[in-house]
Design a protein around this ligand. Structure first.
Ligand SMILES: *[C@@H]1O[C@H](CO)[C@@H](O)[C@H](O)[C@H]1NC(C)=O
Ligand SMILES: *[C@@H]1O[C@H](CO)[C@@H](O)[C@H](O)[C@H]1NC(C)=O
Length: 367
């Protein structure tokens, strides 16, 4: 009798405790998170204070789990945040240490966001490319060094790759163009060198390609113009050379094209002037020839900055027929002749036209 009661009690305890056991994150995920935490030091906010207890799916700050598998699915730790614990803190987020390779044991991870901590150094663990479910990798605003992992291209689900504002070196790995799901690429503000892969156009899903402020050299690959949905292409402030591919002006939805601050030569393709582009910055290159006489009633430019090049000839008359010209700058070239009149031009100041060979007329002196 006593034995039966004992077994009843035991099974009741087991039944009661079973669900909570199976709801908790696996010990291996918990151990991986604790090893990740151990490699970081966050002295001001206390974001890791909640990382205790057995269930890492339960109220661990920044950790989320898949509700069915109870595996860690996402880590989001932002150094700049509206979260209440940041309002109590004496200062904005700051963290030192490095990103432990133990993160790669979280084999169900689909999102990793560790942003704006300013002091996290060391490399992006190369093993990250073995996380088959990774969709978002956002590490902007730290002090990461080393290279983009060579086999990053294995991340077939990756839609967002943002490593901007770090100290990453090396070349863009060849495998990167295998990221067939990639929508948003941001590597701005690093020390990345070498050429843009010639087959960059394989990134068929890309909408934003932000590569400015690096040390990229070589030509702008023609293949970029095969990316149908690309809306924003920023290659500014690098060491790119060669001509502007005319095919960039044939792209269906390209709205922003920033190529300023490179060593680009050759003429401005007339396709760029009659395209869907509304922000065009070609400033500070070695572009020569005439400004194409290709403006029309559909030309709508919020920015057209052609300053600091080697342009010659006049400002084309067709520009008076443009629907809208916001910021316009052709200063510091070798242009000559009368400045056209008309509504798109009436608001412009002399600074848009200074330092040319012989431009004249309003807002400069009479011809
Ligand atoms: C890209 O993917 C293809 C097909 O999976 C593979 O054969 C190739 O080696 C990959 N390229 C790189 C540079 O990793
Ligand atoms: C165009 O690029 C130049 C050089 O990088 C920069 O100084 C300028 O502010 C940019 N123009 C506009 C309108 O943003």
């Amino acid at each position: 009798m006593a034995t039966t009661t004992f077994f009843y009690t035991l099974s009741a305890i087991l039944l009661l405790s079973l669900p909570s056991v199976s709801n908790a994150c696996p010990p291996s995920d918990r151990a991986a998170l604790l090893a990740f935490r151990a490699a970081l030091k966050e002295p001001y906010i206390g974001i890791f204070n909640s990382w205790n207890g057995n269930d890492c799916c339960q109220n661990w700050y920044g950790v989320s789990c898949d509700p069915e598998t109870h595996r860690v699915a996402d880590i989001t730790l932002r150094g700049v945040s509206e979260d209440p614990i940041f309002q109590k803190a004496p200062r904005t987020g700051y963290m030192t240490g490095s990103i432990s390779r133990s993160i790669c044991k979280l084999e169900r991870l689909s999102g990793l966001t560790i942003t704006d901590w300013k002091g996290i150094s060391g490399p992006i663990p190369p093993c990250i490319s073995s996380l088959p479910f990774l969709r978002h990798l956002d590490l902007v605003g730290n002090k990461l060094t080393g290279e983009i992992p060579a086999d990053i291209g294995r991340l077939s689900q990756l839609t967002l790759l943002n490593v901007a504002d770090n100290e990453i070196t090396g070349a863009i790995p060849g495998s990167l163009t295998n990221l067939s799901s990639l929508v948003h690429l941001d590597i701005r503000g690093n020390k990345i060198s070498g050429a843009i892969p010639i087959n960059f156009g394989k990134l068929k899903k890309l909408r934003r390609a932000l590569l400015s402020g690096n040390m990229l050299n070589g030509p702008i690959p023609n293949s970029i113009s095969q990316i149908y949905g690309l809306a924003d292409l920023d290659l500014s402030v690098n060491h790119l050379s060669g001509p502007i591919p005319a095919s960039l002006g044939k792209m269906a939805v390209l709205a922003t094209l920033n190529l300023d601050g490179n060593q680009i030569s050759g003429p401005i393709p007339s396709t760029l002037i009659s395209s869907s582009i509304s922000i065009l910055n070609l400033s500070r290159n070695a572009i020569e020839g005439n400004i194409p006489d290709a403006f029309g009633p559909r030309s709508y430019f919020t920015v057209i900055d052609l300053s600091y090049n080697k342009l010659s000839g006049g400002i084309p008359n067709s520009i008076s027929s443009a629907m809208y010209i916001g910021h316009f700058d052709v200063s510091h070239n070798h242009l000559c002749g009368p400045i056209p009149a008309g509504p798109p031009f009436d608001h412009l100041e002399a600074s848009s036209f200074v330092s040319n060979d012989c431009l004249c007329g309003k807002p400069l002196g009479a011809c």
